[in-house]
Write a protein that binds this ligand. Sequence first.
Ligand code: HEC
Ligand code: HEC
Length: 346
Amino acid sequence: MFRRIGLIALLGCLAVGAVVVSHQIGHQADTKALLAQRIALGKQLFNNPHLSADGKVRCASCHMPEKDYTDGRQVAVGVNGRTGTRNTPSLMTLADAQETSFFWDGRRSALDQAVLDPLTNPVEMGLHDRAELLQHVQQDPAYAPAFERAFPEAKPAISSEHIAAALVDYVRSLRSPESAYDRHAAHNDKTALSPRALLGLALFQGKGRCAECHRLEGTPAMLTDHTYHRTGVGLDAITTNLPTLTEEVIKRSLQGGAVGNRVATHADEAQLGRFNITQDPADIGLFRTPSLRDVSHTAPYMHDGSVATLDDAIDREVYYRSLQAGHPLQLSVEERENLKAFLQSL
Ligand code: HEC
Ligand code: HEC
């Protein structure tokens, strides 16, 4: 008798368990399907030029898929041909580097804010405000069903939060294929790196000290330390009027207004880097360590795009970083080639 009750109870548990499991699997499938809808919607928004003031600029005008989501320009060119002050970073590194601060000066700590900023930046997409963004999206009849599919439980489905969420899911879905270095690091594939690149790796970790900031931890390697450092790039041009410049920044920041709009329209203030966010003199000229993933495809280099080639970028980094660390480093031509071969494997 007891045994039979036990058996029934056991069967009952199994049945409940099966329902829970199938419910979970169903839920996972739902989430996956929803994510796919959001990524598709994000991609549509990313490629829509009508979300800009002159109807010509879309996210993909600067983050071009064929250029690893950069634009190959020194600094970005937005609505009505206006130029900004910063080099366009690749978006393919964001997910792998597990970035938690965004833009060269880290002025945003949430990606859902970072993806909306370009839309109202006066030299990028140039819309007045989020209300104008909503109007443009609502006017296009194709969007209503796409938003309802992507956000089925929300009313209204079209909102700036949902525009941001779809863009975030799309941007996070952009990942570069496995690199030679990934194969070397993750699968211990001894043939993945050329002998030259292996020597370059030893330099990168060893006397070059590159890995102190472009860190090799993580799978795939993050290639950044998520913090800010001075480069010397661009600072020479502003040292003479530094006091006036820093006063201006402090004055303007007291008036409020978006930091991103200010740095994109004032080339010399943009060179102050992290100082624009913290107003701490110790942060003058500090920039976020960029991930070096796909770095051989993302020229020109540095926050202001002032370094044209990978060779020049390596030369500058070897020179300035070793000088800063107090161990000036001379690399032979051969060693520089090795370092370059390693960077090309990333
Ligand atoms: C006119 C060119 C241009 C357009 C258009 C543009 N961007 Fe960018 N994007 C840039 C530049 C330049 C930066 C770096 C700005 C800075 O750091 O001050 C950037 C930075 C970013 C970042 C931060 C990346 C990082 O590594 O921190 C994200 C995310 C981003 N853009 C997404 C978008 C999205 C989404 C759109 C469309 C809604 C868009 N961008 C439109 C030029 C552009
Ligand atoms: C102290 C930290 C630090 C060290 C050490 C360091 N870097 Fe960097 N690296 C940075 C920062 C910060 C930037 C961005 C500077 C800027 O934009 O002004 C950068 C930029 C770069 C860039 C340009 C990337 C781009 O997308 O624009 C390359 C290439 C590079 N570093 C390679 C190296 C190499 C090679 C070494 C070793 C010789 C090295 N770095 C050592 C912090 C560091």
